[in-house]
Design a protein around this ligand. Structure first.
Ligand SMILES: NC(=O)c1ccc[n+]([C@@H]2O[C@H](COP(=O)([O-])OP(=O)(O)OC[C@H]3O[C@@H](n4cnc5c(N)ncnc54)[C@H](OP(=O)(O)O)[C@@H]3O)[C@@H](O)[C@H]2O)c1
Length: 225
């Protein structure tokens, strides 16, 4: 095994990481990097950090690795999203969270909502290259991130939290199961789940397209140039 480190939120580092990975075959990607910033933090390129970490960087990295993925007989890409995304509206007019009072948990949920909304769009975009795309919720898992970002939740829910191995189960299953699961879905505990639970955070196809178009422009102009 070898490890290639990189900050997936930063355009230059994403390009550099993809260049270092160019010599490897790529059959699968799990976009697992996650942040819940306590205060509004700008990425190296000036984007709200959770958007850059959860959405812009992962899409850009996948685009750059598409030639390798396309050569795989069975390429799969998993976005480690969160059930927290059900609580957020799709921030169509403020993807970078520049307006209103900033709350880290809200930024996290908004960016995970964007991530999940884009999965069907990315499934269409990368489908011709033979890539299956999935979003997923791992359950609530006992990790350093939960301890740091949500200490009260971690104390309260402690005994109920999953182990990291349990949290990884659906991601591993999505990558390994035969036949390949349908592309474009949102998954939890090896089952496909709805994109929407709450009427107040439901979005339509126009909103999805508008957000997808903004993400496409940012990725193309800043990460892939
Ligand atoms: N734990 C849960 O209950 C839960 C629930 C729902 C969804 N999730 C999702 O599951 C994923 C993993 O969460 P976790 O609880 O394991 O979080 P964690 O303990 O905070 O781990 C996050 C990981 O992401 C890496 N990371 C953060 N920013 C990065 C960047 N810009 N570039 C590269 N790597 C970066 C961190 O690396 P460093 O340590 O080097 O910073 C760390 O290894 C996240 O996407 C999270 O949103 C977790």
């Amino acid at each position: 095994m070898s490890v290639e480190p990189g900050d997936v939120s930063a355009a230059e580092q994403v390009r550099d990481l993809a260049a270092r990975l160019a010599e490897y075959p790529v059959d699968a990607l799990v976009h697992n990097a996650g942040v819940l910033p306590p205060e509004r933090t700008a990425s190296a390129d000036g984007h709200e950090l959770s958007l850059a970490t959860h959405v812009l960087g992962p899409i850009a990295l996948t685009e750059l690795l598409l030639p390798q993925l396309a050569q795989s007989a069975d390429a799969r890409v998993v976005f480690m999203s969160s059930g927290g995304m059900y609580t957020a509206e799709l921030p169509v007019d403020d993807v970078d969270y520049r307006r209103g009072e900033y709350r880290g948990a809200r930024a996290y949920a908004r960016s995970k909502r964007v991530q999940t909304a884009l999965v069907p769009f990315l499934a269409d975009r990368w489908g011709p290259a033979g890539v299956m795309v999935a979003g997923m919720h791992p359950g609530w898992v006992d990790t350093p991130g939960v301890d740091d970002a949500l200490p009260r939740f971690a104390r309260f829910a402690g005994p109920l939290l999953r182990s990291p191995v349990q949290g990884a189960d659906t991601a591993v299953w999505l990558l390994a199961i035969d036949p390949v699961p349908p592309t474009g879905g949102f998954w939890h505990d090896r089952r496909q789940r709805p994109e929407h639970y709450l009427d107040g955070t439901r979005f339509d196809e126009t909103a999805r397209r508008r957000v997808a178009e903004q993400m496409r422009t940012m990725v193309e102009e800043e990460y892939l140039r």
